[in-house]
Design a protein around this ligand. Structure first.
Ligand SMILES: C[S@@+](CC[C@H](N)C(=O)[O-])C[C@H]1O[C@@H](n2cnc3c(N)ncnc32)[C@H](O)[C@@H]1O
Length: 256
């Protein structure tokens, strides 16, 4: 959870303190659904920037024990499963950051949950293409090691590691989100150069992305990935970056 908080701080610093590259106050949102809220850092910041909003934060893991402003409520939910949200329960904004790429049967979950945006409301999705850096990465990270093992593991449960790259087309394929705006950025894993915000984001992203060496090694041990490989993988990431796609789409009104 500390990892997620630190990454949230570095990511919003990179966005000049904003919650999202999208201008959020244009709607004066009353109800926001935050999918896969993690540590709660995004909804907590949202209550200060959008004080009139009621925020429902959902995750399959509980929130850490921390102070929550009164306008946030939390719901345990597995986004891969139907039934946690009523289909006619609409929100002015539905937001998910770095979440859908983890969710089993990603595309089905995404299509189902996008329907919770009210007509005229905003869908905001920020996600990665976890395959983007493997062409430039070192030998342990490459397709014959880490990538192929992670991909096997994700494929087995229908989780899409490239979800970020595909998000614009998946939104366009929904009938009622006609305009999709996309901002692509490169999120570094190391210290990059003269931009302070990127230099803060790099180390935070590396920790966010890997967790601990032991957790990577444990997760992939059944596929033959060793702790030594996990250490090497962490080292190799230093000079790389991962593509992030920030997508924003307004749901059409019946009158549009
Ligand atoms: C990488 S973290 C991102 C957290 C937060 N959105 C952020 O940007 O700091 C991914 C989050 O998605 C949640 N998650 C993954 N799969 C999920 C699922 N099937 N249902 C609900 N939450 C899920 C995890 O528990 C975790 O909190």
């Amino acid at each position: 959870m500390q990892r997620l908080d630190k990454h949230h701080l570095a990511f919003t610093e990179y966005l000049s303190g904003k919650l999202s590259p999208a201008p959020l106050d244009e709607l004066r949102p009353g109800r926001i659904l935050e999918l896969g809220c993690g540590s709660g850092a995004w909804p907590i910041q949202a209550t200060t920037q959008l004080p009139a909003a009621q925020i429902l934060a959902a995750d399959r893991s509980p929130l850490p024990n921390r102070f929550l402003p009164a306008n946030i409520s939390f719901q345990m939910a597995d986004l891969a499963k139907e039934g946690d949200f009523k289909p006619d329960h609409f929100f002015d904004i539905v937001h998910a950051r770095f979440v859908f790429c983890h969710v089993s049967n990603t595309h089905d979950a995404f299509r189902r949950l996008a329907q919770l945006v009210r007509p005229g409301g905003l869908l905001l999705i920020e996600d990665i293409n976890a395959l983007s850096y493997f062409e430039t990465a070192g030998p342990v990270s490459r397709r014959d090691h880490y990538i192929s093992m992670m991909k096997q593991s994700c494929d087995e449960r229908g989780a899409d590691m490239e979800f970020g790259r595909k998000t614009p087309d998946l939104i366009r394929a929904l009938d009622d989100f006609p305009d999709v705006q996309v901002q692509k950025m490169s999120m570094p894993f190391g210290v990059n150069g003269p931009d302070d915000a990127l230099n803060h984001l790099g180390p935070a992203t590396k920790k966010f992305y890997i967790g601990t060496v032991d957790s990577v090694a444990e997760y992939l041990a059944p596929r033959g990935f060793t702790r030594e490989m996990a250490l090497k993988y962490r080292e190799e990431l230093e000079n790389d970056s991962v593509d992030v796609y920030c997508c924003r789409a307004r749901r059409a009104l019946a009158s549009d």
